[in-house]
Design a protein around this ligand. Structure first.
Ligand code: BES
Ligand code: MN
Ligand code: ZN
Length: 502
């Protein structure tokens, strides 16, 4: 991963391969953001003029590069658009701009960024955002490239954030935090991007175990025998169609001074063909990302251990491959879950809720105060909210707390209801309920199904990340193609909120 550090050296003396500055887009045209003064001086006070001549407007995701031709030690200046702002630039605008800059600076191995200075004095939050964006935008997944990318395309290997003083405790802590967050999201993205022939349930469990042990977590892995013994009929049912059997991973962390118990659950379908209710061939390859919720939970667990959060968290992570083999579960089958409830399977492609049912039931046996579950659960989420906004359901008050945490991190989240008429759609004539309802309110039906497995009294939230977890479009901000790392930063924010306020 890219290295992050602070520097208070004068920009004119820095020997980085590129300097990043901010360009604001105001009603009166573009203007230079604070932090770019030294660079402007090197250009004889004509930096803005040069950027405008090259088409710079300061719009989001715009990067204009200039050669300094000896005017300063650094050979390249990259001006990155911050968008239009009334007043202070937001943390998220800086995070995105820093990401866009890293993406545009392929081939420059050391980068000095002034983006922490765009509001004048660097706040801890802004510095963290600049760090996170720089590191996340420099993400590369090259495990399956037989040759490394050519040197002139490789992402920056070191980023220095320019600050007034490197002795500032709060700023130093923010830079450390940014590195920890980026490391967790890198793990999350790597897991998602790993192809399903390499990442199958047993391998995913082994990787989660390794990451957990390295982070100092307690780890428990249930194999197919243990799942049978434990009555995990949902996980076993979905896993039956594959020659590669399912797993249930439990990761536990207990921070010093923790008062509140939290359960995390994440969907780990290593590949979703739809099973017997098979999906169309078009875009099926994207279903390697159907373990994004699980990847986010594993990563969040390693992150809270690294940051030593004072909270007690147990993660319960079901892993299975949804395949249409001759032993696959079928429409009309009835499965019995860990908590004794039974569901009629009407569509084997609604498999996420089936594995999550067992996992949520197991998680609730520990009597947590809160339960947060996240999953690439429904295509309906993407239809309703698009690719960048997750749908959040659950206990009204806690659901809104999760949405508010999302707003603070810049990860888009929107509160969704669980209306009683949608629950009626899941009624079954032969079992307690069916795994799908009529077509309407598909995202909400998923939420209702999961709610059947949450014990009374547990405050819970379900985050449907079907769209936001995996970017099939163009890169933007700090988000590349492939796994995004959503909602790791929101989960961290929620856990910090709980650690601080109960
Ligand atoms: N993994 C999919 C949901 C999904 C769709 C994730 C698009 C990411 C992008 C899930 O298992 C699924 O197939 N859901 C079905 C549910 C339906 C059968 C009720 C869906 O959304 O079509
Ligand atoms: Mn499915
Ligand atoms: Zn799925």
């Amino acid at each position: 991963m890219t290295d992050l550090s602070l520097t208070d050296a004068d920009l004119a003396d820095l020997t980085a391969d590129a300097v990043v500055i901010g360009l604001l887009n105001g009603d009166g045209g573009p203007s230079l953001a604070p932090g770019s003064e030294t660079v402007d001086a090197a250009f004889g006070g004509r930096l803005l003029e040069a950027l405008i001549a090259l088409g710079g407007t300061g719009a989001e995701d715009e990067v204009v590069k200039l050669a300094t031709l000896g005017a300063m030690k650094t050979p390249v200046v990259a001006a990155v658009g911050l968008g239009n702002h009334d007043g202070a630039v937001t943390d998220e605008a800086v995070r995105r701009a820093a990401g866009a800059a890293s993406r545009a600076l392929g081939g420059r191995s050391t980068v000095a960024s002034t983006l922490a200075l765009v509001n004048g004095d660097p706040s801890a939050g802004l510095l963290q955002a600049a760090g996170e964006g720089s590191l996340l935008g420099a993400y590369e997944f090259s495990v399956y490239k037989s040759k490394p990318a050519p040197a002139n395309r490789r992402a920056p290997s070191a980023v220095q954030l320019v600050v007034p003083s490197t002795k500032d405790r709060a700023l130093k802590a923010s830079a450390k935090r940014a590195s920890a967050v980026a490391e967790a999201i890198t793990l999350c993205r790597d897991l998602i991007n790993t192809p399903p022939n390499y990442l199958f349930p047993a391998e995913f469990a082994a990787r989660a175990e390794r990451a957990g042990i390295k982070a100092g977590l307690d780890v428990e892995v249930l194999d197919e025998k243990a799942l049978k013994k434990g009555g995990y009929g949902g996980i076993l049912g979905v896993g039956m169609g594959s020659s590669r059997p399912p797993r249930l991973v439990r990761l536990s962390y207990r921070g010093r001074g923790s008062k509140t118990k939290v359960a995390l659950v994440g969907k780990g379908i290593t590949f979703d063909t739809g099973g017997i209710s098979i999906k169309p061939a078009q875009s099926m390859e994207n279903m390697k990302s159907d373990m994004s919720g699980a990847a986010a939970i594993v990563s969040t667990m390693t992150l809270i251990a690294a940051l030593k959060l004072p909270v007690e968290v147990v993660a319960t992570i079901p892993m299975a491959e949804n395949m249409p083999g001759s032993t696959a579960y079928r429409p009309a089958d009835i499965l019995t879950f860990r908590n004794g409830k039974m569901a009629e399977i009407l569509n084997t492609d609604a498999e996420g809720r089936v594995v999550l049912a067992d996992a949520i039931a197991r998680a609730c046996e520990d009597s947590p105060a809160y339960l947060v579950e996240t999953s690439t659960l429904t295509g309906a989420q993407v239809v309703a909210l698009g690719n960048r906004t997750a749908g959040v359901m659950g206990s009204d008050e806690f659901r809104d707390r999760v949405v508010a945490a999302g707003a603070r991190t810049g990860e888009g989240m929107w509160a969704m209801p669980l209306p009683p008429e949608v629950r009626k759609g899941l009624d079954s004539t032969v079992a307690d309920f069916a795994n799908v309802g009529d077509r309407t309110g598909g995202m909400l039906a998923g939420g209702h199904f999961l709610s059947e497995f949450v014990t009374e009294g547990v405050q819970w939230a379900h985050i449907d990340i079907a769209g936001p977890a995996y970017n099939t479009g163009s890169p933007w901000g700090y988000t590349l193609k492939g796994g995004t790392g959503v909602p790791v930063r929101t989960l961290l924010e929620v856990l910090e909120d709980i650690a601080a306020n109960g």
